[in-house]
Design a protein. Structure first.
Length: 540
């Protein structure tokens, strides 16, 4: 506890300067943004991208906007591939140190370049949040924290293409860079070595064991709230075994763990903690960690329901929304009860409902929705993030925003981020392998045995093993694969629809206000409960 308190205090102190700069910047965000762009151009004017677009370190914001078109990932892909092949100074003058995978719109995945500058930009966003969090809740500094660490990448994460740049981070803390990662490791309730556990059940058991041993757990930081909910379920399911292990200093799955992982656990008997827990009920997790003050997670869009469940379990005031932080960069951070834009990190532009690109924050209006465009130190020049946000207030003169959803047809119930383009490509491969061409085929989210899952609705007879083949193809999307691996998603199911499925499909969308002429067939629907609308039966 003393070690964690010291590390937390050092992190708090180290974040104070960034917090002060961010706070003063809130009063004149447009001026700060001009400086962010100027610094970006000065640093990267010698890159191949800048030269090919006629950009110099003296280019004005207007000139920058004229010469660099807004681009999607697919349109930046040729430059990404040049970096993969080992070419230097392509998108940035800084060397690319890592590619971080995330899901794609038309392909299975995207590889986002990270540089030292990108790490610095993320710290410019995260440090003010951490300082404000510790300032408003100083008791959080006195104990340990849990930052989500997922099992090491399975075969689904071993990308086929050769890359001269390493792909992926070991854990979430690595996004912060080496120095702050060392501080976080000092306060972690669960060591990063657990990422080496490849069996999800063993990983979940060991994580639950280590969390239960931490009476002074103060902070939990995860992405999707269901990530933590599933750990709570593991505690409930293995309650007696976990208490026995805490009392004896053993681990029930020790014989299946890598040697380095077991050594990192540093288990010792703790009969006092075991006795304390025996007086608790695993169905009331708020009693397991009496000092737990904050659970930081997504709370918007499809995460709202699972976040509300955590609120029910832990009470009001414990859940804090992370704001909008994507693999590509930080858009907003939680600060003083709102979510101001991360104005000192990246250069932001916004597209309104008419398609006009706005470069001054003064043009944004509370209550209006916008698409996010930003330029990052990793080399994403005028990158369309495909996220829709609404301005819900201001802090100083800086807009506060809330995530509404994806602009494209994307289903994201627990963090899987499946897009219509990607699902359509999966269908081509799946149906080609079987030599069929169904006239109706649609993937949609569903609930199965109380958990999220996906159902493939099609008007063709296919073998039951098609479900496993579909699951494997969908797992080329790294976010879907993680959610399956972590148990947030069940395996997909198959539903044989009646021949009039397209009519029933159109009728449902018409009832929701769609004009018949605007209804187009899709590979992916974001609506659920299609089994009661289309008619047919599940393929056992």
């Amino acid at each position: 506890m003393v070690k964690a308190a010291l590390a937390n205090s050092l992190w708090w102190l180290a974040s104070s300067r960034s917090y002060a700069k961010f706070s003063s910047s809130l009063q004149d965000p447009d001026a700060v943004q001009k400086q962010v762009l100027r610094s970006f151009l000065q640093r990267n004017a010698s890159s191949a991208f800048a030269r090919e677009h006629g950009i110099s370190e003296r280019s004005t914001p207007d000139e920058f906007a004229r010469r660099v078109p807004v681009r999607s990932y697919d349109e930046l892909l040729p430059w990404i591939k040049r970096i993969q092949r080992g070419e230097k100074r392509v998108l940035t003058s800084d060397p690319v140190t890592r590619f971080v995978p995330t899901s794609g719109s038309s392909a299975a995945h995207k590889l986002i370049p990270y540089t030292a500058t990108m790490h610095s930009q993320l710290n410019c966003a995260i440090s003010p949040w951490i300082f404000d969090l510790f300032r408003s809740r100083p008791q959080l500094t006195l104990g340990s924290a849990y930052w989500s660490i997922s099992p090491i990448s399975s075969e689904a994460f071993q990308f086929a293409e050769h890359s001269s740049v390493p792909v992926g981070f070991d854990d979430d803390a690595a996004y912060l860079g080496k120095w702050r990662k060392s501080l976080i490791n000092a306060i972690m309730a669960v060591p990063s070595e657990l990422r080496e556990i490849t069996t999800i059940d063993d990983w979940r058991y060991v994580t639950a064991l280590l969390l239960l041993r931490q009476r002074d757990l103060r902070l939990v930081s995860v992405w999707h709230p269901s990530f933590f909910t599933l750990l709570l379920q593991a505690i409930h399911d293995h309650w007696d075994s976990l208490l026995s292990d805490i009392s004896s200093g053993r681990c029930a799955v020790a014989n299946r763990l890598p040697v380095a992982v077991y050594a990192a656990l540093r288990l010792s008997p703790d009969s006092r903690r075991a006795r304390e827990l025996r007086h608790c009920n695993p169905s009331e997790p708020n009693l397991l960690w009496p000092q737990l003050g904050v659970i930081s997670c997504w709370t918007d869009a499809n995460a709202a329901g699972p976040a509300a469940e955590l609120t029910r379990l832990f009470g009001e005031g414990v859940i804090q929304s992370k704001g909008l932080i994507a693999t590509e960069g930080a858009v907003s951070i939680p600060l003083r009860g709102v979510h101001p834009l991360a104005i000192r990190s990246h250069y932001f532009e916004f597209e309104d409902e008419k398609g006009s690109v706005l470069r001054s924050f003064a043009e944004l209006r509370v209550g209006r929705e916008y698409k996010v465009i930003f330029t990052t130190g990793g080399g994403l020049w005028r990158y369309r993030l495909d996220d829709l946000v609404v301005v819900d207030g201001v802090l100083g003169q800086t807009p506060s925003i809330r995530f509404v959803g994806k602009c494209a047809q994307v289903s994201d119930r627990v963090g899987e981020k499946l897009s219509d383009g990607f699902v359509s490509s999966v269908f081509l491969r799946l149906f080609d392998s079987m030599g069929i061409r169904p006239s109706f085929a649609m993937l949609a989210p569903d609930m199965h045995a109380g958990q999220s899952a996906y159902t493939l609705y099609l008007n063709a007879d296919v073998p039951e093993k098609t479900s496993a083949d579909l699951d494997l193809l969908l797992s080329n999307n790294p976010h879907y694969a993680y959610c399956r691996q972590l148990g947030q998603l069940r395996a997909p199911r198959l539903f044989r629809v009646f021949d009039d499925a397209h009519t029933a499909y159109c009728c449902r969308l018409e009832s929701l206000g769609k004009r018949l002429g605007d209804i187009k067939p899709v590979g992916l629907s974001i609506l659920d409960d299609w089994s009661s609308r289309l008619g047919g039966h599940y393929i056992k």
